[in-house]
Design a protein around this ligand. Sequence first.
Ligand SMILES: *[C@@H]1O[C@H](CO)[C@@H](O)[C@H](O)[C@H]1NC(C)=O
Ligand SMILES: *[C@@H]1O[C@H](CO)[C@@H](O)[C@H](O)[C@H]1NC(C)=O
Ligand SMILES: *[C@@H]1O[C@H](CO)[C@@H](O)[C@H](O)[C@H]1NC(C)=O
Length: 434
Amino acid sequence: MTSGGTMQGLCLLGWAVLLGLAGACPEACDCGEKYGFQIADCAYRDLKAVPQGFPGNVTTLSLSANRLPGLPRGAFAEVPLLQSLWLAHNEIRTVAAGALAVLGQLKSLDLSHNLISDFAWSDLHNLSALQLLKMDSNELTFIPRDAFRSLRALRSLQLNHNRLHTVAEGTFAPLTALSHLQINDNPFDCTCGIVWLKTWALATAVSIPEQDSVACTSPHVLKGTPLSRLPPLPCSAPSVQLTYQPSQDGAELRPGFVLALHCDAEGQPAPRLRWHIQTPGGTVEIASPNVGADGRPLPGAPAARGRPRFQAFANGSLLIPDFGKPEEGTYSCLAANELGSAESSVNVALATPGEGGEDALGRRFRGRVAEGRGCYTVDNEVQPSGPEDSVVIIYLSRGGSPEAAVVAGRAPGQRLPGLLLLGHSLLLLFLASL
Ligand SMILES: *[C@@H]1O[C@H](CO)[C@@H](O)[C@H](O)[C@H]1NC(C)=O
Ligand SMILES: *[C@@H]1O[C@H](CO)[C@@H](O)[C@H](O)[C@H]1NC(C)=O
Ligand SMILES: *[C@@H]1O[C@H](CO)[C@@H](O)[C@H](O)[C@H]1NC(C)=O
């Protein structure tokens, strides 16, 4: 049985090779040679799938004006030498990952006038020979920022008549050979995220036809406004400043105190905040807010029994109730909007005087801790905080890092009411000995 099957397989393979040598061609297509190109013409055939049985040396394949509903993985595995692939005027909705990646020699690809909303952009990374890419008149809503990163030879890109709301800054930057770009007739959302495109379009040598139709669809007040005449929008990339607040100002810290960090983020549009917390037990990512103003978990936040370990409030505060050894680590606040992102971090360590935690700060600190109790900053910043001397808060700028320079440049200990400004710094909290 098994050997019979194998024999049959070998026979089929033998036939396939013979047919290939004889210049096989799928029944639905015409294959032939013209000007040294091996051409397979399967246009206008009512095809619902990519036919199989092409000679392996086909360089031009036309499947235009058929009824293909999609391009599955491996659709063109038979014809890896294709240089031109024409697929316009089909009913393609999905181009699966692995459908196009084999076509490393492809120079021209026409997918226009289809219904594509789901496109395996990563396949383009392998098409480094591509010179012409037509994807106009489809239903694309989104282009990943790195979609075109490998298309160094691309001269013409057509994305007009799609459903693109925006294009990420830098999307066209890798296209160093580009001379023609069509992006008109997309429903562009004219917010801060698209301002770069106006600036770029005005400055670039790439020809962008139909500029009056490269226009806003939203917001309502800008509907129909060409991007080239977009009025200035108030836009700025985020900046963040991280501050902390020891639990009850001036009180002794006891095990289980509340540590409050505050992330003050500016930017237009208002940045989204995230906390990234690295503790000895692992990394915690929190999309802020995860609690309401009352400290209760928001619906949809990962279910936590009782009070969450980290409470991220909408106003930018992060409260860590029951701060203890397991909560030691690096706390980073990340702010992002359409124009960029910014980040600020603080290292928080907890030590009981005399138990060696100060070693982390090295010799310089140990010298000072002997001088007395109070609120210290290393690097000649001493801020006695009054008589509540069982709590020592140390603020150490990291020597040599740019952040350290910024911190040092500020007036030492510049205080917001009850808050101390931090760059990348180490915040060492001492517990009162019990
Ligand atoms: C392609 O292969 C066929 C045989 O399968 C051969 O007749 C033809 O000359 C080849 N064409 C090119 C351009 O190599
Ligand atoms: C990408 O193209 C190269 C030829 O240029 C080929 O060897 C490789 O297998 C292709 N990658 C995929 C995922 O098909
Ligand atoms: C933010 O809100 C929380 C809860 O309402 C509050 O405890 C905290 O003090 C607020 N932070 C600032 C900086 O106002």
